[in-house]
Design a protein around this ligand. Structure first.
Ligand SMILES: NC(=O)c1ccc[n+]([C@@H]2O[C@H](COP(=O)([O-])OP(=O)(O)OC[C@H]3O[C@@H](n4cnc5c(N)ncnc54)[C@H](OP(=O)(O)O)[C@@H]3O)[C@@H](O)[C@H]2O)c1
Length: 332
């Protein structure tokens, strides 16, 4: 399947309600967007489905003209639940099948909608490759049954990919992961390219409207970085457009969300309007500073305190054992 060069995100960041997101999707669809990144946890699939069904009924767009992606949320990892969640997304989105279905996070830890950064679920647990693989098997069965055309992963690390890829009967078609100029994840991107796994870049503009729970004082705003601002000023465009042009030039498929019509139109046409030079791309390489924005603190388990425990920054998956009331990291 050929993916469009850019897609439309649909996460309302706990800020834009379902109707606002659905309206943005409708405008984007009419304008020419053909890829939509949805998820059950965004709570707006039924409203977006109404947009799709109106478009199909009017004959303006055919089902096969658009690429619709969705994701199974972390509270639906149990046996049979992945299928249940997939069928519910298909029904809500009114699409008959999904083009790509993602395993949203690699563990069953979930949080309540709109929670703050201190929120913890006492059932949260570390990543285990065998648990992941059991869920992946059910993902594989969805493709076998024809409910979805492709299955894919999200929020993985290099270490987790290396651990699970040999266990997959069907390799992931894509990896959806955070990618923007200040967070380039080069090793992970290289691994995906080597394995033929497409890269879908989320928060491609540095998610300026992300929920409070995903903000810390050290975060860098991509659109405020001087190198990016200077390139944008020279080209008389918004720095956000430089972030998208960078992603497209790197070969990722960025999936920006925008509620404003002007932003939606600008994003749609970025690939045709902005071709960054080698010199500009080199300058943009230098702004990478490991600026992870979606840290996932709310997914931490009892015994872990630091969001870095989720991301295998030393290249290894830590070994954890349950000690009665909390998880303890084993010394390797
Ligand atoms: N797999 C995952 O775990 C995961 C995690 C996070 C996000 N995602 C996906 O990635 C998508 C994108 O991430 P995101 O929505 O957090 O952040 P984002 O796309 O980086 O940023 C979105 C914000 O940027 C603004 N914007 C968009 N286009 C612009 C332009 N041309 N000029 C200036 N500002 C512009 C929008 O403002 P206005 O609203 O004012 O237009 C919007 O609020 C999500 O919607 C979701 O589909 C996936």
């Amino acid at each position: 399947m050929e993916l469009p060069r850019i897609g439309m995100g649909t996460f309302g960041s706990d800020k834009y309600d379902e109707k606002t997101v659905a309206h943005a999707v409708e405008f984007a669809l009419e304008a020419g967007f053909r890829l939509f990144d949805c998820a059950s946890v965004y709570g707006n699939e039924a409203d977006i489905g109404n947009v799709f069904s109106r478009a199909f009924a009017s004959g303006k767009v055919k089902r096969e003209d658009i690429v619709v992606m969705s994701k199974v949320w972390n509270d639906m990892h149990g046996a049979g639940k992945v299928t249940e969640s997939c069928l519910k997304s298909i029904e809500d989105l009114k699409v008959g099948y999904l083009d790509v279905y993602f395993l949203h996070w690699p563990f069953p830890n979930y949080h309540a909608k709109g929670c703050d950064v201190t929120s913890r679920n006492e059932n949260s647990r570390p990543f285990f490759a065998d648990e992941f693989t059991a869920v992946w098997r059910e993902m594989e069965s969805l493709k076998d049954k024809g409910y979805v055309k492709e299955i894919a992963m999200s929020n993985m690390t290099v270490a987790k990919m290396k651990a699970v890829l040999p266990l997959c009967e069907i390799k992931p078609y894509a990896l959806e992961t955070e990618l923007h100029p200040t967070f380039q994840q080069r090793e992970l991107c290289e691994l995906c390219k080597r394995e033929g796994i497409k890269l879908i870049g989320y928060c491609p503009l540095g998610s300026p409207n992300r929920p409070e729970r995903d903000r810390t004082a050290e975060d860098v705003a991509d659109t405020e970085v001087s190198v990016i601002k200077e390139i944008a000023a020279k080209r008389n465009v918004h720095p956000a457009e430089i972030c998208l042009a960078w992603a497209i030039c790197k070969g990722h498929v960025p999936i920006p969300f925008a509620s404003k019509e002007k932003n939606i139109l600008n994003n749609l046409t970025v690939a045709d309007r902005i071709k960054l030079t080698d010199e500009e791309m080199l300058a943009l390489d230098s702004v990478d500073c490991g600026n992870r924005l979606i840290k996932g603190q709310v997914f931490l388990w009892k015994g872990s305190e630091d969001w870095r425990d989720l991301w295998d920054e030393d290249g290894k998956i830590a070994d954890w054992e349950f000690a009665g009331d909390k998880w303890i990291k084993k010394e390797n």
